[in-house]
Design a protein around this ligand. Structure first.
Ligand SMILES: [Zn+2]
Length: 466
């Protein structure tokens, strides 16, 4: 919205005068020092109160002269009753306004067309405030959020309101994903898409990982204890593209990589998706979001993961053409585990490790397997490593992957896992039910993917959509 500078100037002069007189009055009664922080907060509070009044006046002013009758959605007729006041909680706090109210239909429903026009639900929060509450809810624990919000908004919001608005955003994302799943299972739509695919990434990456979430629902009323504690996997999926990092922007780690003949790459256009669900169901999400990202149409699709078998099964099922790569750092970790278990710290350990890491780097997985196999009779970890490298051998041809310029670390999705699961779901005091954890995580994943505004727009249309 653009405002006329002169109007703003006039309102500012009024506000300044109002504030000066309030301050003089305070000083006259011998009260208070006035630091700039107090002045700022005082002015914000004044602006907030003005916002409350102004929004109420504005909404009331939008009420046109009521007609005596309007149509009822049921097909009947509603009669004008009277002007009736209603309140909503806005970004300024509780706002009250007057609007025409209609009732008297045989269906017993009442209507206030102004509420519908602006998507207002009396007693509930406005879409503008809902977006801010949910933003706090995806960042802070629900019991901490009200404190943060009080500092920013200057009025109190309950923990439950923050929770329900955040979960509402997650529910909207869930709906979007369900719609994508439906689309992705519709043969006709898929074929149409194939004929006219639009822009397709020439090299697209996908990555899947999982992290544990502690499920311990709050006890219901009358219950002494909730359901027993349980750990569930939050599966996280990321679609992204990769670009080279210009030399001037490279981190120390990236410069080291370049020194090892590995291109300095970074992910861009990341989209995160997550759920607590079985691998089969997660496969539907993988396929649906992949269709949306045009993964099936991308001439080069690269999948990165740790060695977990369920991940590769899903990739093989839905994207048989994908290049599969085991995350370099996971592979390296296996070798470090074996080295620490077998050799004492010092040069025997580092010599062995350097040798096998070089073989792995060069894609000589068979040499790595032999090196581990030689230690297998005395070491359980070495036996497991043989199995791990044998099973994943073709996913570890790092020489070829490097030559093709592929990213070989799955840090992108792991960082997503950390940001979604560790940084929010594992905050102290967090008690989750499965649906609560899933909705909060989905809302957070949407924020991290940069698609938050889409949810806000949907939330804005919500009371009308129901
Ligand atoms: Zn009716």
């Amino acid at each position: 919205m653009n405002y006329n500078t002169e109007t703003i100037n006039r309102a500012a002069r009024q506000l300044a005068a109002m504030f000066t007189s309030a301050l003089n009055e305070q000083h006259a009664t011998g009260q208070g020092t006035t630091t700039i922080a107090q002045i700022e907060t005082g002015m914000r509070e004044a602006l907030r109160q003005i916002g409350v009044q102004a929004l109420g006046l504005f909404l009331s002013s939008m009420q046109t002269t009521p007609t005596s009758e309007i149509a009822c959605p049921c097909g009947g007729v509603l009669k004008y009753q009277r002007m009736r006041s209603a309140s909503v909680i806005s970004v300024f706090g509780k706002v009250t306004y007057e609007r025409a109210y209609y009732a008297g239909c045989s269906c017993k429903e009442g209507r206030a067309p102004l509420d519908e026009q602006f998507g207002l639900e009396p007693g509930a929060v406005t879409a503008g405030l809902a977006a801010l509450l949910a933003l706090a809810g995806i960042e802070f624990s629900y019991d901490e959020s009200p404190k943060w919000l009080q500092a920013y908004l200057l009025f109190d919001v309950s923990e439950n309101t923050v929770r329900s608005e955040t979960e509402q955003m997650g529910a909207l994302q869930e709906k979007q994903e369900e719609a994508l799943i439906q689309c992705s299972q519709d043969e006709v739509q898929l074929q149409e898409r194939q004929r006219d695919p639009g822009q397709v990434a020439t090299r697209l990456y996908g990555s899947i990982d999982a992290a544990k979430v502690r499920i311990e629902p709050r006890p219901k009323q009358g219950e002494e204890k909730g359901e027993h504690e349980d750990w569930r996997d939050m599966k996280v999926l990321c679609w992204y593209e990769v670009e080279g990092v210009p030399p001037s922007q490279r981190s120390t780690r990236q410069r080291e990589k370049v020194a090892r003949e590995q291109p300095a790459l970074r992910a861009k256009n990341l989209s995160y998706f997550c759920d607590i669900t079985e691998a089969d169901d997660f496969g539907n999400l993988l396929w649906a979001t992949g269709c949306d990202a045009k993964a099936d149409l991308s001439p080069e699709l690269v999948f990165l993961g740790d060695g977990a078998i369920w991940i590769w099964n899903l990739v093989a099922k839905y994207y048989s053409h994908a290049i599969q790569i085991v995350d370099w750092y996971h592979a390296e970790e296996h070798l470090e585990g074996v080295a620490s278990a077998v050799f004492p710290a010092g040069s025997p350990r580092s010599n062995w490790l350097e040798g096998v890491k070089q073989s792995l780097w060069d894609g000589q997985v068979e040499e790595v397997i032999s090196a581990c196999d030689a230690l297998a009779s005395s070491c359980e970890l070495a036996r497991k490593a043989v199995h791990y490298f044998y099973t994943n051998a073709e996913r570890m041809r790092y020489d070829r992957f490097r030559a093709a310029g592929y990213m070989i670390g799955s840090g992108t999705v792991e960082s997503g896992c950390k940001q979604i699961v560790s940084h929010r779901l594992k905050l102290p005091g967090a008690q989750w039910s499965v649906p609560g954890a899933v909705k909060t995580a989905k809302a957070r994943a949407t924020w991290l993917s940069g698609h938050w505004q889409t949810l806000c727009d949907q939330r804005s249309a919500l009371p009308l959509a129901i």
